[in-house]
Every structure is written in structure tokens, then in C-alpha cells.
Design a protein around this ligand. Sequence first.
Ligand SMILES: [Zn+2]
Length: 94
Amino acid sequence: MDAEKLKQLQAMNCVIPPVCGLCSHATFYQAGNLFGSCGKRTYEHQKHTGPVRSLSICRYGLCCCDHFELDQTVVLQLADFAVFVELDLTPTGS
Ligand SMILES: [Zn+2]
């Protein structure tokens, strides 16, 4: 990455949070799809009968579950931006 570009992104505190689109348990039917499903969560649809369904998720939804696992394939796609992945969003300082 261009050194000045990196500097500017760091100056704006760029962070890529642990969203569902970065989780190895998420399935998106096509690359770039906004919606997919979580392989760890299910629900019973109130309108349709049948087996429980995988929970629908949004690629940019912030996963606050303890099952989140970083998908290394997606991290590779982030290329130079991978340095901004921040899995621990616990506020620091006071
Ligand atoms: Zn999930």
C-alpha cells in the first residue's frame, strides 16, 4: 500500500470490525451479496412450517456472538486493508 495512503487511513482511525461478512460461518450465495445466512444460528419461521432455518444475516452486520471466526479467505481478499481488521472492539482508555 502506498505509504501516504496508509498514513491517511491510520490518521482517520480506519477500522474494519468483525462483521458477518468476515466470519467463516457465514454463507453468501454469491460474492458481493448483501444478505446470506449464519451457519451457527437458526430460527423457526413464524409463517412457514418445516425445519428450522439458518438465520439470515447482513454482510455488514456486526457480529456480537461468541462464535465469530475470521475467514482467512476473505482476509486475503482485503489485501493491504487486512491490517485494519479489528476483532477486539472493547473501548480502550477512559
Ligand atoms: Zn454468525
